[in-house]
Ligand binder design. Structure first.
Ligand code: HEM
Length: 157
């Protein structure tokens, strides 16, 4: 069964890929276990901006993706960081600035085929690997990106 972000769940058994997953757990530097209800509570606000910064460092060097984005990547970095912080349980600053995310509509001006999707996911996997999450949490976030990126494909191969 496919599992795309904003479609209603097909069965009550479905395991959530997204922000409703819980608990989120990591081990603090002193060895104690930190348990949180949301990814935002686990990692804090800046983590999302730092993830977006690492992601756009990759985009800047990517021959497939770089031409899609404006010269100045500060705006995209701010928007992606804000969107992800909101999605994963933080304050709704993205929607205050941009309105409803409507990501499929916002990506309609760009050709998003499997090549662009895979380049995007490679950049995000690298960025995410630098985020210091425990493996289970990192996999859960990456599963979400796989699903979200597939949902945004708007061009056939
Ligand atoms: C599948 C491959 C993808 C490509 C090629 C792509 C490309 C783009 C481009 C060219 C922009 C315009 C830059 C800007 O003005 O911010 C953009 C915006 C954005 N993208 Fe993507 N994107 C992809 C996947 C994703 C995914 C999976 C997410 C979220 C999980 C995402 C979230 C966003 C957000 C939040 C914005 C800013 C929207 C706005 O407020 O205008 N993108 N994307």
């Amino acid at each position: 069964m496919s599992n795309f972000g904003d479609e209603p769940s097909m069965t009550s058994q479905r395991v959530s890929l997204g922000p409703d997953r819980r608990p989120w757990v990591r081990i603090a530097p002193d060895g104690s276990e930190v348990v949180a209800d949301t990814l935002y509570d686990l990692v804090g606000s800046d983590w999302f901006d730092e993830l977006a910064e690492r992601f756009y460092d990759g985009v800047a060097a990517d021959p497939v993706l770089r031409p899609l984005y404006p010269d100045d990547l500060d705006g995209p970095t701010h928007r992606l960081g804000g969107f992800l912080r909101q999605y994963w349980g933080g304050p709704a600053d993205y929607s205050a600035e941009r309105g409803h995310p409507r990501l499929r509509m916002r990506h309609a001006p760009y050709v998003v085929g499997s090549v662009q999707r895979d380049a995007w996911l490679r950049c995000m996997a690298t960025a995410l690997a630098g985020g210091g999450l425990p493996p289970a949490a990192e996999s859960a976030v990456m599963e979400y990106f796989l699903s979200a990126a597939q949902h945004l494909v708007n061009a056939p191969d």
